[in-house]
Design a binder for this molecule. Structure first.
Ligand SMILES: *Cc1c(COP(=O)(O)O)cnc(C)c1O
Length: 471
């Protein structure tokens, strides 16, 4: 194939053009999301509730619905200069392979060692901890992307980090563990015998392979029982979406240089942070009543929180130690099927994205099956060179579908999607796709009705959800 198109393949902003402020979309939302509730009192959480768990500045950011722009600290900008601005890439080769009149752009966040966009928030969170005089942080990680990003961020600021890694991943996914060790983190297979909750879980079930819920409970306990430590989380939270706005701000600035504005904006959605970040400045246009793209959130058909979940208050974790958030949820007891290899397995969704979706500002959610996701990933890898992370490949699937639709209609739409990470450490999933052992699983209505039963009944706030119609 020839690159003889006369236009740039990649657009890099200059270092001086890295955004200097995060954008807080909550300041512009017509309806703010419902308040986060304290799990004990069922009252809206206050700063005083959050500060024993989170860094003080991050607790403030979590509750901040007023300030549109928050200055990015100079020390965070210094770190961003090591791997940002990230490139905005025109997928010419994919366009050719699909023979589509659509213009496809993607913002690639997989070029740093952690391999994903998660580093954008990790470094901000570590900075605020350091600035507060804390000595260390605790967190949980499933497959390991967030733990890796946090390890890089903590070593940069000289903070200790305890990572509670879901035991099944700890045993089956050694490579991210090795990266975390390289960056100096202490890793515990969860459930561990180093916390009260962990010991209790092991006493109940010595063979337990753990879950994110277990790991969150352990990480929170370690934070609140240690001097100078706090707990950090890599998605779902308002603060995380705000840090990730750097993705959208850069993408918008780069597109402006080309005189382009997207007609369609696509992102994969696990807890909602990359999509929330990519779409933030375009959502600002929508909320101001100006031109805006058609926004599409893509989720796995095996974990369909937006397309089939309930908009309800639910716990953010299985262990019910976290506050209640009003969000699209499958019920905190939901477990994706064991054959699900593609990430994005969280039962809920960011309260910000949930509210925007509920109010019709986020236009559409689409669920896709994993074999079609990996088919798109392979098409993309062969055309564009980069091997997508399985999570990112959900967005690739829908970008390809939209481009093929343009081919049929002859419309030359401009498509922007987020390529959140690279798949180099996800080769086991690629292998099962390539050898034909990967299968699809879509939960039945009966499966979901069962998991909806874990959405709590909250007297005076909400009744049960097991057998209501969707909504
Ligand atoms: C964690 C992760 C996601 C999903 O998280 P969001 O908070 O929904 O963005 C997507 N892509 C990659 C590569 C990830 O590591």
């Amino acid at each position: 194939m020839s690159t003889n198109h006369g236009e740039p393949y990649k657009v890099y902003l200059s270092e001086a053009e890295i955004p200097q402020q995060f954008y807080n979309v909550r300041a512009d939302m017509a309806t703010d999301h419902a308040p986060i509730l304290h799990p004990g009192t069922l009252q809206p959480v206050t700063l005083a509730d959050l500060e024993p768990i989170f860094c003080a500045e991050l607790a403030r950011q979590e509750l901040n619905d007023r300030d549109r722009l928050i200055d990015i600290p100079e020390q965070v900008l210094d770190f961003y200069r090591m791997y940002r601005p990230s490139p905005l890439i025109r997928a010419y080769y994919l366009e050719k392979a699909l023979d589509t009149p659509a213009k496809i752009f993607y913002k690639y966040e997989g070029g740093n060692t952690s391999g994903s966009h998660k580093l954008n928030s990790a470094i901000a969170q570590a900075f605020y901890a350091k600035d507060q005089g804390l000595t260390g942080l605790t967190t949980e990680t499933g497959a390991g992307q967030w733990g890796t990003a946090m390890s890089m961020a903590c070593v940069y600021f000289g903070l200790k980090l305890d990572v509670f890694m879901v035991k099944v991943s700890y045993e089956q996914k050694p490579y991210r563990k090795i990266i975390m060790h390289t960056y100096g983190a202490d890793i515990y297979a969860s459930p561990s015998n180093t916390t009260e909750v962990g010991r209790k879980m092991l006493a109940d079930d010595p063979a337990s392979l753990g879950s994110l819920g277990t790991a969150i409970s352990e990480a929170v306990e370690r934070a609140v029982t240690s001097e100078g430590r706090r707990y950090v989380l890599g998605s779902v939270l308002n603060q995380v979406l705000m840090h990730q706005s750097i993705i959208g701000l850069e993408a918008k600035a780069a597109l402006e240089k080309l005189g382009e504005y997207p007609d369609i904006l696509i992102g994969c959605a696990g807890g909602g942070s990359n999509l929330g970040g990519l779409m933030a400045p375009f959502m600002q246009d929508r909320l101001a009543g100006q031109r805006a793209p058609h926004f599409i959130a893509v989720e796995p058909a095996s974990c369909p929180s937006m397309t089939r979940g309930r908009f309800a208050y639910d716990f953010c974790d299985l262990g019910q130690v976290t506050p209640l958030a009003k969000m699209y949820t499958l019920g905190h007891a939901f477990m994706p099927s064991a054959n699900h290899a593609g990430g994005l397995r969280y039962h809920g969704m960011s309260p910000i994205l949930s509210q925007l979706y509920h109010d019709g500002y986020l236009d559409e959610a689409r669920a896709v099956e994993q074999t079609s996701v990996f088919e798109a990933a392979v098409t993309f890898a062969r055309a564009e060179g980069t091997l997508p992370a399985p999570e990112s490949a959900h967005a690739v699937r829908v970008a390809i579908d939209e481009a093929l639709r343009c081919k049929q209609s002859g419309e030359a739409k401009t498509i922007l999607f987020g390529l959140t990470g690279n798949g180099t450490l996800d080769l086991a999933a690629y292998s099962s796709y390539l050898d034909g052992t990967m299968s699809d699983y879509i939960p039945t209505d009966a499966d979901l009705a069962r998991s909806f039963q874990s959405i709590p009944r909250l007297p005076g706030i909400q009744e049960g959800f097991a057998d209501e119609s969707q909504g």
